[in-house]
Design a protein around this ligand. Structure first.
Ligand code: PGA
Ligand code: ZN
Length: 434
């Protein structure tokens, strides 16, 4: 099989916020093509790979012509003639060519698009779907999804402080059933907003616009939506929160804009522990700010036995940071965003570091997305166990949920939906569970 790379090319396409982004296309000597599009975050960790943007006044400074030139120029020159099956070697080449810790020279948007396009080309050359190419002959499972019902934070003009209010269909028996439950809950939430005279459209990832007076009102409404849809909160559909606390916290202080109150680290932890006591929350992401290591350790000591605690901005898909967090007991799960790392191989290393530590691992989209469904294949092919894509509306989100349904169908009788077994608490001996 000839899997040599003949050409690498990038073009400007547009993401779900109408902003420019990079699409890369890798063509093998046989004519086989792999293609992928870089996503873009809005609430970004400070250690993430850089999205190279042109600045200036055109397109609000968001244009990506420099990143595209990097693909068509130095990256294409370096990759020509390389074997697309050698993902690790190609990604190492991209890392070396860039030469910075955060892809500041080539742009993480350039490198992640190329890296993903290479793995697509390799899978296509082998005549396999990407998830199967990644999994090899090993067994795979359909991930437990977390689906946003209300969007907030940076994705909703800071209308409420919490960024994502999500559900996890832990009681479903298949991915298809999980989607069906989600449809019911998303619709019920919309009806509750309409009945309260508060229906106001959707936020960046498709969740209902959070027209609430307090953060807690959003939590209570989510529980009511689950009940209204006919499911038992906690048992069948659990709550999952992304606090994205770096957006409103720094130096051990947390400013809740909606409620105009400022909390110190202990106050913030007390607020979250109170919510954990009173709401059926199974997972909580970025509960403290990325600079608040002591807060993360204290919160995980207090709550790590009963809830999944995910590092997103805190870990930025970095294997070394995952290992450090595991040693320090700073969290028990890692969000895997390929564009935070900048290459497929580095994202995989972060995921494997998480699995080695007994962490929950969640492959995640960004708030700026496209029709690209690569992350669904990564979640299945890498056996991540969990998948976070945003809400249950808008094409760039539904494309990913629908792709997972196709994979479940392709697996036929051997399809296994992980449900609650994907959470780190399920992997702990019973005696240690909170
Ligand atoms: P972002 O947020 O893609 O806007 O950075 C997503 C998240 O925080 O999980
Ligand atoms: Zn997050």
């Amino acid at each position: 099989m000839n899997t040599r790379i003949a050409a690498v090319h990038a073009r400007r396409v547009w993401d779900s916020r109408g902003r420019p982004t990079v699409e890369a296309e890798v063509t093998l000597t046989t004519g086989t093509i792999g293609r992928a599009i870089a996503p873009a975050g809005a609430s970004r960790g400070s250690r993430e790979a850089v999205d190279l943007r042109d600045g200036g006044s055109a397109l609000g400074g968001m244009d990506v012509q420099r990143a595209i030139a990097n693909v068509d120029g130095p990256i294409a020159a370096a990759l020509r003639g390389r074997d697309a099956l050698d993902q690790a070697g190609i990604d190492a080449l991209l890392v070396a060519l860039d030469g910075t810790r955060n892809k500041a020279v080539l742009g993480g948007n350039a490198t992640v698009a190329v890296s993903l396009a290479v793995v697509h080309a390799a899978a296509a050359a082998r005549g396999q779907p990407l998830w199967r190419h990644l999994a090899g002959d090993g067994p795979v499972a359909l991930p437990l999804p977390e689906i946003q019902i209300f969007g907030g934070g940076a994705h909703a003009g800071r209308r409420i402080d919490i960024q994502d209010l999500m559900v996890m269909p832990v009681g479903a028996t298949s991915f298809a059933e999980a989607m069906r439950m989600t449809a019911d809950i998303y619709r019920a939430a919309g009806e509750l907003m309409r009945d309260a005279g508060r229906a106001s459209g959707v936020a960046d990832e498709g969740g209902h616009w959070p027209a609430f007076d307090t953060n807690e009102e959003a939590l209570a409404t989510l529980v009511r939506a689950i009940e209204r849809a006919g499911y038992r909160p906690g048992e069948e559909a659990a709550l999952s929160l992304d606090i994205a606390a770096s957006e409103f916290g720094a130096d051990g202080r947390y400013r809740l804009g909606l409620e105009t109150r400022e909390l110190d680290r202990d106050g913030m932890i007390a607020l979250l522990l109170d919510w954990l006591d009173r709401y059926p929350i199974a997972s909580i992401e970025d509960p403290l700010a990325e600079d608040d290591r002591d807060g993360w350790i204290a919160f995980t000591r207090a709550a790590g036995a009963r809830v999944q605690i995910i590092g997103d901005d805190y870990l930025t898909t970095d294997a070394a940071r995952v290992r450090l967090a595991a040693t320090e007991g700073a969290c028990n799960a890692v969000l895997i965003k390929p564009n935070q790392a900048g290459t497929v191989t580095e994202a995989l290393a972060a995921l494997r570091a998480g699995q080695a530590a007994g962490f929950g691992t969640i492959v995640s989209a960004r708030s700026g997305e496209t029709e690209d469904v690569s992350i669904v294949h990564l979640a299945v092919g890498w056996n991540a166990g969990q998948l976070k894509v945003g809400s249950f509306a808008r094409g760039e989100r539904m494309a990913k949920w629908n792709e997972a349904l196709r994979i479940e169908e392709a697996l036929g009788g051997s399809a296994r939906y992980l449900g609650a077994a994907a959470l780190p608490s399920a992997r702990r001996p019973k005696t240690l569970r909170g």
